[in-house]
Design a protein around this ligand. Structure first.
Ligand SMILES: *Cc1c(COP(=O)(O)O)cnc(C)c1O
Length: 367
């Protein structure tokens, strides 16, 4: 069986370093808000070309707390609108609605699955305050255009880079474009911890301060609480683990890019539509998502030949039971994408033989 992603194999490569990092934390006696977190925050801020990085409990909290901080700062208020692509992950929408803000969905770009700048302009109303580009599957959205629209309409930009750490356009990586960015370090992400973990990055000193307080019960200094905050801190153990993983990040991405290049050259079945890759640095290949009008048959064919695949995602957020009041919404193109997308294995620990097998099995599929 060719696994979709083997976290065991990925982490086994660095097992000695990871265990040494854990031992260092145990021996240090610091477990929360200590030197490992500070070290990782500095390294990740510089990796993302941002002034500040705030380590948080997970990616959902990063998005939720950034929006919450903007509310506390008076930059946005209840009922304001956030423009987001209709194929966004559920966590993005949860962050918006948790803050009593209104998600305004727009059709994604069918070629690259991301926020389509052309669709943003027509969605702007007098209530729009935020644009939320979600860099899906490892590919950075068209940020130069999105930032130009935001500047024109005086809107805040919140990037969700949970799937696209390090993806770059014009030399600027995810996290360096918008007013603030949320990252997830969930174990299966390209930069993955060994538990839940996340971070926010920003160049804004005031936002940095607010987020540091919010993650720690709303407290700027011990036992003095300015906000009704939460507990969402990135622990020392995960920070130490992430520092190890960050050092090996680019070699992992290079492996992913190699697999992607081989798929793009080798999969020639006309029933399978391949993803776009025009600008090398723009894509870090968190997922390799193909489209197929006979998606269920393709997935069964892959499974019958020992290749695991996953659907990202089977149902759009506005069709979820959790959002019953949005269930009437309909985006034809987006719903077609949800019927057709299939993610095939892309894993830095895949062997040449694995990649060859996936290519052969894809090419032997007949619709
Ligand atoms: C994983 C993910 C999140 C949520 O991250 P968690 O750490 O699981 O909370 C948010 N947005 C996107 C696009 C993701 O892929």
């Amino acid at each position: 069986m060719i696994q979709f992603l083997s976290l065991k194999k990925i982490n086994a490569k660095y097992a000695d370093e990871l265990k040494a990092a854990c031992a260092r934390v145990i021996d240090s006696g610091y477990f929360i808000l200590g030197p490992e977190l500070q070290r990782f925050e500095q390294a990740f801020a510089s990796f993302s070309q941002a002034k500040h990085c705030i380590g948080l409990g997970n990616g959902l909290d990063a998005l939720t707390l950034i929006l919450r901080a903007w509310k506390l700062q008076g930059k946005i208020k209840d009922g304001d609108e956030v423009i987001i692509q209709a194929n966004a992950y559920i966590a993005c929408v949860l962050a918006i609605t948790e803050n009593n803000l209104v998600p305004v969905f727009v059709e994604p770009d069918a070629n690259n699955f991301n926020l389509d700048p052309a669709k943003i302009r027509t969605a702007i109303t007098e209530k729009t305050r935020v644009i939320m580009p979600v860099h899906l599957y490892g590919r950075l959205c068209e940020m130069p255009e999105i930032m130009a629209i935001a500047a024109e309409a005086n809107l805040l930009v919140l990037e969700d880079a949970s799937q696209s750490h390090g993806a770059t356009l014009q030399g600027k990586p995810a996290g360096s474009w918008g007013d603030a960015t949320g990252f997830s370090f969930y174990p299966s992400k390209n930069l993955g911890a060994l538990a839940d973990a996340g971070a926010a990055v920003t160049n804004d000193d005031e936002l940095d301060k607010a987020l540091r307080a919010l993650r720690n019960y709303g407290s700027f200094e011990r036992y003095n609480n300015l906000y009704q905050g939460v507990n969402s801190r990135l622990g020392e153990m995960q920070a130490a683990i992430l520092s190890v993983k960050l050092n090996h990040f680019w070699s992992e991405v290079e492996c992913r890019r190699e697999v992607a290049a081989r798929y793009l050259a080798g999969i020639t079945n006309p029933a399978i539509k391949l993803p776009q890759w025009e600008v090398r640095e723009q894509h870090t290949w968190h997922l390799f998502v193909v489209r197929c009008s006979q998606r269920e048959a393709l997935q069964a064919h892959l499974a019958n030949h020992g290749v695991e695949s996953i659907i990202h995602y089977p149902k759009p957020p506005y069709k979820q039971q959790a959002y019953e009041k949005m269930n009437h919404l309909s985006f034809a193109l987006n719903e077609q994408l949800h019927r057709e997308v299939l993610s095939i294995p892309i894993d830095p620990s895949m062997t040449d033989e694995d990649v060859e097998t996936v290519i052969e099995v894809c090419n032997s599929f007949s619709a």
